[in-house]
Design a protein around this ligand. Structure first.
Ligand code: AFP
Length: 329
């Protein structure tokens, strides 16, 4: 089995990007170690702090954010970084070629119940000149690489540099990432959807109708039954979609008029959309491709519908239909 280094060399990935990917991969090994020690290392539970999202920070949110920030600061390929856990951008070095946006511990509300969590990262080219928040506001199409690390029964790194999606599994005996899938591919069709159903009454009509048709199964307009999963960690749900197909959505809702969307564009939706498209899937807000969005601020949120291309198209067809089509439930 190829190591991460061998695979990056075989893809002729640029030397400085290779260095940065190794920095992220090596940091994920330290994060995996911390996550696995959980209560034994006193890393569970919440802090007294809130992040810029107004969310109470878990101890591991802070620990993992600091681990990534410190190691990226020591990497001379990095110009700056943006994190879910940092209010503002962090300038790193004036010679770096890359900007890194990351969610250090996605799904952290799962950590206290020993469920799936992960790290998500997006790598953008660093523009020349003065660094500011505007330097980061690049559409997802500009990403040079993206990936996630899933801390599950095994620790897995899914990575794209624009040449498909490669999956690596961390060998716990050697602490080495080994290539276990050299071309992840999302089936065009699926019988599995992922959504937080508790928000159903807050969705827009097109999503209510689309989901109610899935629930009607073989007696409804889709004429087939569907299964549902919800991990409450995007990394886990997207990994399942990459592994066996599916559609994942966190649509807009009016539960909190001040927060119509949940997922963050720069370090959740964009990197996951890059991976999904590279694996033959689609990623949309319901009205536009996620990676075409011109960002307005680093912590902005968007609606997300991603996964099996034909199922995403089916969902989008409801968004193009006349809203007078009443929800069936
Ligand atoms: P946390 O990191 O705060 O646990 O949020 C995870 C997340 O951003 C994303 O990974 C999940 O898909 C989504 O939120 C789950 O949201 P709900 O808790 O509303 O289902």
């Amino acid at each position: 089995m190829q190591t991460l280094a061998q695979n990056l060399a075989s893809q002729e990935v640029d030397a400085s990007l290779t260095q940065l990917i190794h920095t992220l991969a090596n940091t994920s090994k330290a994060i995996s170690h911390a996550v696995r020690h959980g209560a034994l290392a006193g890393v569970l539970g919440a802090t007294e702090q809130e992040n810029v999202q107004g969310e109470t920070q878990k101890k591991l949110d802070v620990i993992t954010n600091d681990m990534l920030k410190e190691r990226l600061k020591d990497d001379n390929t990095v110009r700056g970084l943006a994190s879910e856990e940092e209010d503002y951008i962090v300038e790193v070095g004036d010679k770096g070629h890359y900007l890194v946006c990351f969610d250090p511990l996605d799904g952290s509300s799962n950590i206290d119940i020993n469920s799936l969590v992960g790290t998500i990262f997006s790598i953008l080219p660093a523009p020349s000149g003065e660094l500011s928040e505007a330097s980061f506001l690049q559409a997802g199409r500009k990403q040079v690489a993206a990936g996630y690390v899933l801390y599950g029964p095994s620790t897995m790194l899914a990575l794209t540099t624009g040449q498909g999606v490669q999956l690596f599994t961390l060998n716990p005996d050697t602490n080495e990432y080994l290539l276990t899938n050299d071309a992840m591919n999302i089936s065009k069709d699926t019988g599995e959807f992922a959504i937080n159903m508790s928000n159903q009454r807050f969705w827009e009509a097109p999503m209510q109708t689309y989901i109610s048709d899935l629930l009607l199964g073989s007696i409804g307009p889709r004429e087939k039954n569907f299964n549902m999963r919800w991990i409450a960690a995007m990394v886990g749900d997207v990994h399942r979609v990459l592994s066996r197909g599916g559609i994942f959505t966190y649509p807009t809702d009016n539960k909190n008029p001040h927060k119509p969307y949940k997922l963050r564009l720069m370090y959740e939706a964009n990197p996951m959309s890059f991976l999904v498209e590279q694996a033959g899937g689609k990623a949309s807000t319901g009205y536009e491709n996620i990676m075409d969005i011109e960002p307005s601020e680093i912590h902005q949120r968007v609606a997300v519908i991603l996964g099996s291309a034909n199922e995403v198209d089916e969902c989008l067809s409801y968004h193009g239909l006349d809203y007078s089509k009443e929800p069936l439930v």
